[in-house]
Write a protein that binds this ligand. Structure first.
Ligand code: TYD
Ligand code: MG
Length: 463
């Protein structure tokens, strides 16, 4: 008896179901099941008969060709996030909101590589050739020898790649527009995206080209449709930023060949993306140093120190349940800092609205930011501006103690480099104080509160 080959495939996680339902049992998303013919799907198909395998040649761990394993794109911030250049034979997925600058970034990287004599192919499934040319002209890159194609069929793309000189770098913009003849579903469905990605990844492994796939991001910040593509590629980079700011952050969320905590910082200008070699200067650029409630945090992003301003506003709340609003930091971490301030320093924040903002759209995950957050909160509450030339870092424990954090010398050095002359840091730390920096070491949060309170304007007196 012929079995039905249609399945309902979740467009979010790729799970297959026999029956349609409103919600995917696997990932819990609503309205993501779509009917697909899975008979022709190369993966997950149980329909084909098993055939006898063919032995493959085994090789040793040593050896290999003597070409450099990584190729530099000429866009240093991209190379840094990829782990020091792109790896030959690897597949990279670049995700981001529409209009954030993915196509611009990759066109710049493609042109950079073409200038060093590599064979570069840029396949656009979204834009016509003329549109890509227009962008290249705007970026001043129209002279770069990039092979351009507007194509969405994977078989055609692979035939094109196979026809000429082997490509070193291939950009496919975007994965959601691709379709292959081997699958009957519509373009953009999980089956299509997965099969297309798989064919391109196989091409990368076979020929040694570095293939970059562009993916769109859904409203909740994931690469639209199949998370499965994220598992298939070697590295996943997200390009983020918000409309209010000109700068963009490139962040690795997965990297088989490098670290995932590096960020690349760019600024979108009228001539494309400019690399920002000194992000601290950018993040501190619009600082209002004399306002209460602002503290400079000496943070780390991967191996790079970054100074960023943390702003807090504490104000009496008209609401029964006061507001807690956080941008760029973890809200449960804020609750913890507030609880410690309450329990160990006697600051009553229960009836206050608390707003916390990391300036410039940066998102901080380090616990080392605790001390800077606490300083900003106390400063706002006491209406006492912090010294404009001071940076803060340190982790706060539930007991109210300040714990040492990693990379202290790098943080202090960055502060000196940017003209800061004071630092407030954890007491129990062995590193030496750099020249020209007055380092105040504190061991408890109460010590910080006392320090800031002594700067508060005296009631009735002048400041
Ligand atoms: P784009 O690379 O098309 O974004 P994506 O591929 O992620 O959708 O970037 C488009 C935006 O960038 C658009 O709003 C215009 C802006 N832009 C500049 O500001 N300067 C430039 O030089 C370029 C090329 C684009
Ligand atoms: Mg684009």
């Amino acid at each position: 008896m012929a079995r039905s080959t249609t399945r309902f495939v979740c467009q979010n996680c790729g799970a297959q179901h026999i029956r349609w339902s409103g919600r995917c049992d696997n990932c819990g998303e609503w309205n993501t099941l779509v009917e697909e013919d899975t008979a022709s799907a190369p993966v997950g198909s149980t329909q084909r008969k098993a055939r006898a395998g063919r032995p493959v040649a085994l090789s040793s761990l040593s050896g290999g060709d003597d070409q450099p394993p990584r190729i530099s794109t000429g866009v240093a911030e991209l190379d840094r996030v990829a782990g020091g250049g792109l790896v030959r034979g690897s597949a990279l997925l670049v995700g981001g909101d529409p209009g954030i600058g993915k196509s611009t970034l990759l066109l710049q990287a493609a042109a950079g590589l073409a200038k060093t004599g590599r064979n570069v192919i840029y396949v656009s499934g979204e834009e016509a050739i003329d549109q890509v040319r227009l962008r290249a002209t705007r970026l001043g890159l129209e002279k770069a020898e990039v092979g351009l194609a507007a194509e969405t069929n994977v078989e055609n793309i692979l035939a094109t790649l196979g026809a000429g000189k082997p490509a070193d770098f291939v950009v496919v913009d975007s994965i959601q527009t691709l379709w292959t003849d081997s699958i009957e579903s519509a373009p953009g469905t999980v089956a299509q995206v997965r099969a297309s990605a798989q064919m391109l990844i196989r091409h990368a492994k076979r020929t040694g080209a570095a293939v970059v796939l562009v993916g769109h991001v859904t409203k909740d910040g994931q690469i639209a449709g199949p998370r499965v593509v994220e598992h298939m590629v070697d590295a996943v980079l997200y390009f983020e930023g918000d409309g209010a700011h000109q700068f963009r952050l490139l962040r690795a969320v997965k990297n088989r060949f490098g670290p995932t905590d590096e960020i690349g910082v760019f600024e979108m200008s009228d001539k494309g993306l400019q690399e920002v070699a000194n992000p601290s200067a950018l993040f501190l650029g619009e600082r209002d140093a004399w306002a209460p409630g602002a503290a400079v945090f000496a943070g780390m992003e991967g191996t790079r120190p970054i100074l960023v301003e943390i702003q807090a506003l504490v104000a009496p709340s008209p609401l029964a349940t006061p507001r807690r609003a956080v941008v760029g930091w973890d809200s449960s971490r804020l609750s913890m800092v507030l609880a410690v301030l309450d329990a160990h320093c006697g600051l009553k924040l229960g009836a206050q609205d608390v707003y916390l903002n990391v300036a410039g759209g940066l998102r901080i995950v380090e616990p080392a930011a605790d001390l800077a957050v606490a300083a900003a909160l106390v400063s706002s509450m006491a209406k006492a501006a912090l010294p404009a030339d001071a940076v803060f870092f340190g982790e706060i424990s539930l007991s109210g103690a300040i714990r040492p954090v990693g990379h202290e010398p790098a943080r202090l050095k960055e502060a000196v480099k940017l003209g800061f002359s004071r630092a407030v840091s954890p007491a129990r730390s062995a590193s030496a104080n750099p020249e020209g920096l007055d380092v105040t070491r504190i061991d408890s949060l109460a010590g910080l509160v006392a320090m800031i309170a002594s700067r508060a304007p005296k009631p009735g007196g002048d400041t």
